[in-house]
Design a protein around this ligand. Structure first.
Ligand SMILES: [Zn+2]
Length: 114
């Protein structure tokens, strides 16, 4: 798989567009937001799914305008990535202010909390 995460454009957050773009049933991460006048994707919120990214992202239709997504190889890697977002983003500008929850039955913790 090619890793060009930073280059990936954002998509309109609708049922149709989610089905068109997210074709794999997979764990993964997503970012929600809008596009600025200069065409930059502005992140307002982010999250993950441990099982089905497509289904999860549809919960946010109507609340946010656009999304980006990234498949994860496992629930653990999706969790770790979400934790990294949590510890990296400026919490003041992000709607999601609580620490990500572990996947069910996980025997690991956030590697960034110390
Ligand atoms: Zn943490």
């Amino acid at each position: 798989m090619k890793r060009s995460i930073g280059m990936k454009s954002s998509y309109v957050l609708t049922d149709k567009s989610a089905d068109y773009e997210i074709t794999k049933i997979s764990a993964g991460n997503f970012a929600l937001g809008f596009e600025s006048e200069s065409g930059l994707f502005v992140v307002q919120d982010y999250g993950r799914s441990d099982t089905d990214l497509n289904a999860e992202i549809k919960n946010w239709i109507g609340k946010y305008k656009r999304f980006k997504f990234f498949y994860a190889s496992s629930p653990k890697s999706a969790f770790v990535k979400e934790c990294k977002n949590y510890h990296t983003f400026d919490i003041k500008i992000i709607d999601n202010k609580t620490h990500p929850e572990k996947p069910e039955n996980a025997d690991y913790d956030c590697p960034y909390c110390h």
